[in-house]
Design a protein around this ligand. Structure first.
Ligand SMILES: NC(=O)c1ccc[n+]([C@@H]2O[C@H](COP(=O)([O-])OP(=O)(O)OC[C@H]3O[C@@H](n4cnc5c(N)ncnc54)[C@H](OP(=O)(O)O)[C@@H]3O)[C@@H](O)[C@H]2O)c1
Length: 336
């Protein structure tokens, strides 16, 4: 256990990211110093935001340096601890990165214990960052109420699927999801409580939005940006709220599509549009998990995880996000 296998960023993508932007490496684990915890990573989380972390651009986190272990959320167990709050055997989640073992100083490294009754997969999905993102964005910004018409893009993904179901729980009369492909659309209406789904790969989104949200959109939870955002802005109801959660259509390209041409519709419809970053709301995690656990238990929130396997598959698993190959929260389980 003295050798650690890692994947590091070897060069920055300009356009689509490929497996060649990462390199495998082995390094020796140094003995822990006071305040550190050694964690064996069991599951890695893959998030579209990681595409931004490997771009040398000012953002809410500094870019991953060339040669550094790729930053990623992880779940695993403590192997050794020199920190008073953690002990060997504790199940934990944190930012352990693309490696088998992570040495984390909890104060700075965002390490927390996984509550009893929650699996590692759940701690990285419905009760993790994507679940909290859906919770905060839908409740704080979209603020759905009885009878609302709510539209969600990226709807079959980890964040979007939960966001749409929270709107339904809060009394929205019509929740419409936009997703890629018939399987994802079917899952939305048959399992995830959405009222309707638009397959953006096969249907004209603008026409479908107008038909399915015929009285206008009261709230839009956007994960995609670009043309999808434009289609939604073209069909707002007065006083609409828009949560800008993500804009994945512009992440993995050399230059993102130009912004929506119909922004002025916000003025006409007295609408508001607000971006947010979930990291500003981590203090809400305990409350959110407790409430979401009740919803999951009651069968009001369905969720999926998509678990790939094996250390060698780490970079390829990341690419699945941008091809829409993941069906549910993208995770990878490391071998023993
Ligand atoms: N603001 C925050 O703090 C915060 C936190 C977490 C996540 N997010 C954002 O939330 C969004 C979803 O993240 P997630 O972790 O839940 O991932 P996810 O939705 O589970 O996976 C990404 C999905 O995006 C869709 N996609 C990929 N390329 C696309 C394109 N060009 N056009 C339309 N859809 C595309 C694919 O689904 P289809 O098969 O349907 O195309 C893919 O499965 C991302 O935009 C992410 O940046 C924001």
């Amino acid at each position: 256990m003295s050798t650690n296998r890692q994947w590091v960023l070897s060069r920055r993508p300009n356009g689509a990211v490929t497996v060649d932007h990462f390199q495998q490496k082995e390094s020796e684990l140094a003995p822990l110093v006071d305040g550190q915890v050694l964690v064996r990573n069991r599951f890695l989380s893959f998030d579209p935001a990681m595409r931004g972390w490997i771009t040398d651009r000012k953002s809410y986190l500094p870019p991953v340096e060339i040669g550094a272990v790729m930053r990623a959320g992880t779940a695993g167990e403590v192997v050794e601890s020199k920190h008073p709050d953690f002990a060997a055997g504790d199940r934990v989640q944190g930012m352990g990165g693309w490696q088998e073992f992570a040495v984390i100083a909890p104060g700075r490294g965002m390490l927390s214990k996984i509550p009893d009754g929650i699996t590692m997969e759940q701690s990285l999905s419905v009760f993790g960052i994507t679940g909290l993102t859906a919770y905060v964005g839908m409740l704080d910004i979209c603020q759905p109420t009885e009878g609302d018409v709510v539209l969600v893009s990226g709807a079959a993904g980890a964040t979007g699927s939960v966001a749409g179901q929270i709107a339904k729980i809060k009394g929205a009369s019509t929740v419409v999801g936009i997703a890629g492909g018939p399987d994802k659309c079917r899952w939305l209406t048959e399992h995830a409580h959405f009222d309707a789904a638009i397959d953006y790969k096969a249907q004209d989104v603008r026409t479908q939005v107008a038909q399915l949200c015929e009285t206008g959109i009261d709230a839009f939870f956007d994960n995609v940006g670009g043309a999808t955002l434009e289609a939604a802005l073209g069909n707002l109801r007065r006083g609409a709220r828009i949560a800008l959660c993500g804009a994945i259509s512009g992440y993995d390209v050399s230059s993102p599509p130009p912004g929506p041409r119909n922004l002025a519709n916000l003025i006409v419809q007295r609408a508001s549009m607000r971006g947010f970053i979930v990291l500003d709301h981590l203090d809400r995690a305990t409350t959110a998990i407790a409430e979401m656990a009740q919803w999951v238990q009651a069968g009001d929130i369905a969720y999926r995880v998509d678990v790939q396997r094996g250390f060698a598959n780490i970079p390829a698993t990341f690419l699945r996000l941008f091809a829409g190959a993941n069906f549910g929260k993208q995770l990878l389980q490391l071998e023993d």
